[in-house]
Design a protein around this ligand. Sequence first.
Ligand SMILES: [Zn+2]
Length: 349
Amino acid sequence: MRTKLYYHPVMKEHLTGENHPERPERIDAALSAVHEFSQIQIVESGPCTEEDVLAVHPPEYLEKLRSEIPAEGVVMASSGDVMLSPKTLEAAFHASGAICRAIDDVMLGITDNAYVLQRPGGHHAERETAKGFCIFAHAVVGARYAKNHYPDEIKKIAIVDFDIHGGNGTDDCVRGSPDEEDFMLVSSHQAYTEHGAYQGLYPMGFGNPRYDREHPTIINIPLPAGTKSHAFRAAYEDKVFPRLREFAPDLILVEAGYDGDARELFDVTKGKKFLLAPDDFYWLGSELRDIAREHSKGRIVMVMAGGYNLQVLADGTRASLAVLQDMPMPKQKLLPESLRSPPVRDLGY
Ligand SMILES: [Zn+2]
């Protein structure tokens, strides 16, 4: 099984300020896991084009971002909760570009499947608003790229997001589009107890399934704080896999967010989080890979999403890479000393 990993060093030059949880070392932590797989080739990919981004975000948004990028230092975007530094936009173009390149290589048979590193992240970026550390909705940029460049082969795309935070940006960029039903969006995230009490994290209020009733291909899976392996897996088995199989996507994109790991430190001050482990991410990835084999000619591209405890991020990445390589769940391995950083600051999202 050939797997390639796509990234560019400029993703580390997107700076977020001291003690910010979404920090450049996240790329190093993910790469440390990749280096354990000698057979996985690392591809230094280039940026996507402006046209690729404009297939998702309006030109005014891009202009506004450009006007806010500082000549030096780090500033907060006017929309809040996104930090901007001189290289942020270049990094964002490379993050989207990495997905587009991975899709090209999968479609051209250059690789069987792919894993994509990205900073800044993508799943919180809405059409016209940078949010939650995210600038461009990379997965949607990739999905639109796939549809536009491979119209005969790629008609339907599933984007499955298992980050503990809801995929509001992916949703915003697709919901209401004329071709909305060509996309199946799955987002499992912390939101509601079975009795309807709200326990959501960032972005507050997102993902109430009541709003999905008229949207047959948008599936939000709200789960309560404290969700463990069994409930997490059952939710996917009951509510996601049958619908994914029925939808039969031509390509599966996965927003692989590992911040549902019980060891995650982000959001910890609220005492609210999932209690998952890398085994769960391995299990879910394997199921999605198998669905891709059944229905999508094996086309699956996994994209790094959340995970701010560097050990969690490395372990989750390792689990996903093993999935793509058809290997058993790997043993966990401590990060090198240089990456064993202290707990990250909780921003209160
Ligand atoms: Zn997250």
